[in-house]
Structures are given as structure tokens and as C-alpha cells.
Design a protein around this ligand. Structure first.
Ligand SMILES: *Cc1c(COP(=O)(O)O)cnc(C)c1O
Length: 359
């Protein structure tokens, strides 16, 4: 049987997608070979790649003046690729700091330019929150403003899209496709695939055309968005199987009714879990209500010495990967698109029983 998997990443994939991949594994569409064994330049593979991009564009309603790139190296390589691509004409960038991922991004960017850090973390009644934009001191002449829309480890998410003069660059690794988003408000969006898109090994970048000519001269061509765009993300061999699987996930998502439909379910899932945590008196979430992540729900138990027991019991109930990030401890349930409402119901029931027995 398949358990409910609350892993933060690599994360749950829809069972229907894995079954389709399994069916097609040995003999893709009667061609006598696996998609994994095909040249990335073959007509068949290019059609698969193009279909994935078209479906992704449909799902997010991406305007025609944006390129979509299917790259490698994870979101973490984008921490370098972004400044190398965008700081060629203007060395200055603003980085909004709200947690561990935005901090990693800004640390890397500091190797390449003049990085102005805006500390946007704050507290509301003892819970973590994000400062309103009128409290940020943005630079007048930044080449771009970077932020992590959803901090996967902290479980804190922006309830608003920053309204800035400079192009807005967003790390959407753990929130892409979970809710509708107006792509036209961004200069660049990037996301590692292994949270809400597909398997690890693939990174998606959505970049506005006018940002393709601002590269630093030393940039490796494999990191250069303009070169990747010109070559259909095939400057070298792309992650062909991960790209194919992402395409199956996009087809699945369209069949569910698209991003609006999955967003409804995601809201139900999150409400169920947060409401129970709040009323339990046994579990706690450290984030102020308006800033809680739709996808990553960290929580602690009334008695931290029960954590190991909690995890072991959860596993017996086929509820997997509920340990918090190694840097922060506690628990975390990641409830990405592929985790069904029934999975969250099963988790809440288990948490109720556990609290009753140990509270
Ligand atoms: C997981 C994650 C990353 C890092 O992704 P890799 O693909 O492992 O490099 C970066 N940012 C956010 C918000 C993430 O959730």
C-alpha cells in the first residue's frame, strides 16, 4: 500500500502519475524503448518536452513575453545563476530576508554584487510574521528585488506580492502551482521541482524577455538564460526523465481542474490541520495566522520528549516523514498538491488520538 507522505522534498507524487510512468516505463508509446533511453533531440522527446511546457504555461497562465526554462542544479544553483544573469549592468540588488532559504539565496548573491539585505521578519503576539512592505527600506536603484515566497523550513508565507519598482524575483520552490499567481507581476520566478512539480533533478525558471541581456561576462553559458531560451533548455542534455514526469504531473493537475481547483483543496487541507493544531492545546504552530504557509505546517508537541514516539507511531499509521527540518527540529507536515485531503484527515485523526493518550 502507499502511505501518506508528508515529506518536504523530494515529496509525494500523485499515484496516478506514478502508475502512468510505470505503464510507459519499458516501452514508451509502442516505440520499443523507454523515454529515458531516447535522445533529447529526437522528435518524440522534443514533443514531450514542448507539451510539458505548454501545459505548464496553461496552468499558470504565463504571458507570451516570458520564457520557461527546464534546468538542473536545483533552486540552489539559481541562487548563483540569478545574480550572474541579472547583475551585469547594475551590481545592486535587494534581498528580503524571512528565513533559511532567503538567507541562503542572499549569501550566495553576495559573491556577485552589492547586496542590500532587508530584514523582514518580525513578531506578532509572540508568533512569527513578515513586516509590511512600507517598513522595508528598498534601494532606489536595485537591478531586482529577491524574496522567498514560501519559507519551506519555517512554514512562513507572504500573504501579499511585494509591489516594487525593480523586477521582482521569487523563489517559489515550495509553493508553485499550489495557488493561482499573477506571473506578470514578476521579472523572474524559479522553483526546484521536487516539492510541487515532479522528481528532483529539474528546476523551472520563468523569466521575462527583457531580463535576458543583463548577464555578467563570466557567466557559464549553461547558466545563461538567454542561451538556454535560444536552445529550448537543451544547451546540454537536460534531465529528460524528470522533465517527462513533470509533464505527467501537469497533465494530472489539468485533469483535476487546474490550479484554482487544487487551491480550493489545499485551503481545505490547511484549514483542517491549522484549526486542529490551534484548538488542541497539545500542538503549537509558531506562525501568526496571516503568514502561515499553505504547504508546510511546522508544529511542536506540548512535551518535546514525545517527539520520537510521535514519529514512530505516525509511521505505524502509514503517515511518513513528519520530522521537522534538521536545523529547527519539531514536526512538519508538508501538504503539497499530491497529498490528498484524506491524508490530512488521517493525520489529524492520528494527532487527536496521540494527544488523548499523551496529553
Ligand atoms: C527546497 C528549497 C530550495 C532548495 O532546493 P534545491 O533544489 O535542493 O536546491 C530553495 N528554496 C526553497 C524555498 C526550497 O523550498
Amino acid at each position: 500500500m502507499r502511505a501518506y507522505n508528508f515529506c518536504a522534498g523530494p515529496a509525494a507524487l500523485p499515484t496516478a502519475v506514478l502508475e502512468k510512468a510505470q505503464q510507459e516505463l519499458l516501452d514508451w508509446h509502442g516505440k520499443g524503448l523507454s523515454i529515458m533511453e531516447m535522445s533529447h533531440r529526437s522528435k518524440d522527446y522534443v514533443a514531450v518536452a514542448e507539451k510539458a511546457e505548454a501545459d505548464f504555461r496553461t496552468l499558470l497562465n504565463i504571458p507570451g513575453n516570458y520564457k520557461v526554462l527546464f534546468l538542473q542544479g536545483g533552486a540552489s544553483l539559481q541562487f548563483s545563476a540569478i545574480p550572474l544573469n541579472l547583475l551585469g549592468k547594475n551590481q545592486q540588488a535587494d534581498y528580503i530576508h524571512t528565513g533559511i532559504w532567503s538567507e541562503k539565496a542572499l549569501k550566495e548573491a553576495k559573491r556577485y554584487g552589492d547586496i542590500h539585505v532587508i530584514e523582514a521578519g518580525t513578531e506578532l503576539d509572540g508568533k512569527k510574521a513578515i513586516r509590511a512592505q512600507n517598513e522595508w527600506n528598498l534601494s532606489d536603484h536595485a537591478a531586482y528585488v529577491h524574496y522567498a515566497e514560501n519559507e519551506t523550513i519555517g512554514g512562513i508565507q507572504f500573504p501579499f506580492i511585494p509591489d516594487v519598482k525593480a523586477p521582482l524575483v521569487a523563489d517559489l520552490s515550495s509553493s508553485i502551482l499550489s495557488a493561482p499567481i499573477d506571473v506578470s507581476k514578476f521579472g523572474l520566478i524559479y522553483a526546484g521541482a521536487q516539492k510541487n512539480i515532479g522528481p528532483a533533478g529539474l528546476t523551472l525558471v520563468i523569466v521575462r524577455d527583457d531580463l535576458l541581456d543583463q548577464t555578467k561576462p563570466e557567466i557559464p553559458s549553461i547558466l545563461k538564460y538567454a542561451d538556454q531560451a535560444k536552445n529550448g533548455s537543451m544547451v546540454n542534455t537536460p534531465a529528460t526523465y524528470a522533465w517527462y514526469l513533470a509533464g505527467l504531473v501537469f497533465e494530472w493537475l489539468l485533469a483535476q481542474g487546474g490550479v484554482d481547483a487544487i487551491h480550493q483543496i489545499n485551503q481545505q487541507k490547511a484549514k483542517l490541520l491549522y484549526d486542529y493544531i490551534d484548538e488542541s492545546g497539545f500542538y503549537q504552530n509558531p506562525i501568526a495566522k496571516d503568514y502561515r504557509s499553505l504547504m508546510n505546517v511546522p508544529f511542536t508537541l506540548a512535551d518535546a520528549s514525545l517527539e520520537k514516539t510521535f514519529l514512530a507511531e505516525a509511521e505505524k499509521h502509514h503517515l511518513l516523514n513528519l520530522a521537522g527540518h534538521r536545523s529547527v527540529g519539531g514536526m512538519r507536515a508538508s501538504i503539497y498538491n499530491a497529498v490528498p485531503l484524506e491524508g490530512v484527515k488521517a493525520l489529524v485523526e492520528f494527532m487527536q488520538d496521540f494527544a488523548r493518550q499523551n496529553g
